[in-house]
Design a protein around this ligand. Sequence first.
Ligand code: NAP
Length: 339
Amino acid sequence: MPAETTKRALITGITGQDGAYLAQFLLDKGYRVSGTYRKSATPDFWRLRYLNILEKVTLTCADLADFSALLEAIKSCQPQEIYHLAALTFSGTAFEHAVDAGETTGLGVTRLLEAIMKIDPGIKFYQASSIELYGEGGTQPLSEDTPFNPVNPYAVAKLYGYWIARIYRQKHGIFACSGILFNHESPLRGLNFVTRKISNSVARISLGLQDELTLGNLDAKRDWGYAPEYIRSMWLMLQQDKPDDYIIATNELHTVRELAEKAFETAGLDWQKYVRTDEKLMRSTDVNFLQGDNSKAGDNLGWQPQVKFNQLVEIMVKHDLDRWQRHARGEAFPWDIQP
Ligand code: NAP
């Protein structure tokens, strides 16, 4: 493809789970991909290394709190599309980082939109929004029209980002889309999230490296999808004629108990022998997850999830088993497992 026709994309949060998969997806489509990272970035860019794409992307240091750095990142990349994925993502510790959440996850969106206005209002903008916008309320199933009711600082900051993107779309004509993302997981998920905590612990237990696994509320329900499929929906949104917002979900709910059961079963183990619960791990502001409705994404984008719950859990456990087996054979590895 001649250089002048090569599409260029900038990904904020390229060191994260979604950022790494999106970079791979866009590279496969022939894009030139740049990404921003912060000084305290995820050690060793392990996800980009894991996917073997670290050398194929251009990285620029830019914290979401630093407007001039964001401006420079956009100027040097000259993207047609910006995928804004960077955020403080773990809602479990949201109250410990309440001010930072507003400063980065919330105001970071305005900084990027202002930078777009200054540099090129024709740049298309994707905002990674969240199921947590809905909090505890709403009718079932949740649709794009269900009222929001955020219950923690992460969710409020995400609501701000969602809404400001909408305002810049309506007032300034920016091609801004939000994906209202339900939980999505993969072998690249951070260890602080319950899916990966379980898959990693199951692998360690099955190899005799760990005795038990302590979890919080086993009855907590989530809609867990497969991250690489959610990435595709981001790209699809920016290829439409008109910008819009979409729920991205599998529409299936499963409990943490089911997750543990399936994960141990994948390794040939009985979960009840290894799982303990601890009330200290129960979250007082945990949202009561409701059923999603992804039909708008299906109708308008042609997006449908293919990987469902059982397959997702198998993928994650098998990856962690493989990693720990290789580790046991003395292989050095760049990913995030701490011995
Ligand atoms: P992730 O793996 O935690 O990645 C988050 C990224 O944000 C990392 O690259 C991180 O960089 C970066 N970041 C954090 N604070 C920053 C700051 N102040 N300045 C610049 N970069 C910063 O999250 P993910 O799962 O890929 O999620 C991607 C997006 O989707 C997020 O906006 C998240 O809120 C949203 N979302 C995700 C889910 C899900 O289930 N995965 C569900 C709903 C919404 P470091 O490497 O430096 O930490």
